[in-house]
Design a protein around this ligand. Structure first.
Ligand SMILES: Nc1nc2c(ncn2[C@@H]2O[C@H](COP(=O)(O)OP(=O)(O)OP(=O)(O)O)[C@@H](O)[C@H]2O)c(=O)[nH]1
Ligand SMILES: [Mg+2]
Length: 327
């Protein structure tokens, strides 16, 4: 009986074949099983995939003891991590060079960047991590590359507005969709353990200095879903301040300044916390053990009186100054 496999299944199969790590292979296999039509024609294939899956799980348990170095794993730093994606020569390294001190390779030939390269972007009083990446093409994605995206907070899709916009969009969407990295209406994208697979995504539209009029509009029309677009030029520097702000906004973090009782707050070193964090969350960030002894807090900031006493479950706002009292 024919298996009659769907395009979604073949997409998942490509994800499996290009996966560079056991974790990613496992996710891909689980997805292949979940999108495979269930009928007699697929019985054998299903059994085969289940076997592969349990073998991978067994091997994973064994390997946990001695982990290998993974060049695609970029340890996080600062208030959050944004990783760039794009086709060759789209201008990824130029953006990282413009916003950070990282030593990246900008060149007018493709595949100039061979490994993830992080740099720190300063936005007001916080540091954000921006990661340059090797390019994607329709034919080639470095094994393991998906791991960098899976691990980040936000994905920035870099599109060269002076290039073939349709082709770039197709290549980037194909990669992100097939690896379940997009957050869209269908993908609350979670794996079987309930872990989130998708990442927030937005578009950085570059080379605006040499793009045709209407290039950005063309890009907007090609992108299915609800995305933000920031237009920049690494050559002229236009749009770079807005991009730094967008990187901060996309991370959805707040800055909070801790104030010792009776003294001024240290306004140079904010704590960064996920938006929606409470006074207790801040106390945990300040000192995990002391947090249990937190008794009360006073806040200077938006929506409160100066020095107002607040409950421990009070939700903090960006730029609040807080005095914590421990018992
Ligand atoms: N005119 C113009 N040229 C740009 C701009 N940004 C990048 N370039 C040029 O485009 C070429 C490629 O830039 P890179 O930043 O190296 O591109 P990349 O995406 O990192 O390339 P790969 O590492 O190969 O993926 C270089 O010659 C840059 O000088 C821009 O905003 N305007
Ligand atoms: Mg590069």
């Amino acid at each position: 009986m024919p298996a009659n496999l769907t395009p979604e299944y073949y997409k998942a199969e490509r994800w499996y074949k290009s996966a560079g790590t056991a974790e990613e292979k496992l996710l891909a296999l689980e997805h292949m099983l979940s999108v495979m039509p269930k009928h007699k024609g697929t019985d054998h294939l299903r059994a085969d995939l289940r076997r592969k899956l349990s073998k991978l799980k067994e091997e994973g348990e064994k390997q946990k003891a001695g982990k290998q170095v993974d060049v695609f794993h970029v340890p996080r730093s600062g208030a959050g991590q944004i990783v760039l994606i794009g086709t060759p020569n789209s201008g990824k390294s130029s953006i990282v060079a413009a916003l950070t001190n990282a030593k990246v390779n900008v060149a007018d030939f493709p595949f100039a960047t061979g490994a993830p390269t992080p740099g720190m972007v300063r936005f007001e009083d916080v540091q954000l991590q921006l990661v340059d990446m090797p390019p994607l093409t329709a034919e080639f994605v470095a094994p393991g590359q998906v791991g960098t995206y899976r691990n980040c907070d936000v994905i920035g899709v870099v599109i060269d507005l002076s290039g073939d916009i349709k082709e770039q969009v197709e290549i980037c969407f194909d990669f992100l969709e097939s690896r379940r990295l997009l957050l869209d209406e269908q993908t609350g994208a979670v794996d079987e353990g309930g872990n989130r697979l998708g990442r927030k995504t937005f578009f950085i539209c570059t080379k605006s200095d040499i793009a045709d009029d209407g290039a950005l509009e063309k890009l907007r029309k090609l992108c299915r879903g609800n995305f933000d677009f920031v237009e920049v030029s690494a050559k002229s520097g236009s749009g770079m301040d807005k991009l730094a702000k967008t990187l901060f906004d996309k991370l959805e973090v707040i800055r909070v300044y801790s104030k010792p009782p009776g003294k001024d707050a240290d306004m140079n070193e904010p704590f960064t916390l996920p938006a929606g964090s409470t006074v207790t969350d801040l106390a945990r960030a300040v000192h995990r053990i002391l947090a249990e002894k937190l008794k009360s807090a006073r806040i200077w900031g938006s929506g409160v009186y100066d020095g107002q006493n607040v409950q421990l479950d009070h939700i903090l706002q960006d730029k609040d100054v807080i005095e914590l009292y421990f018992g």
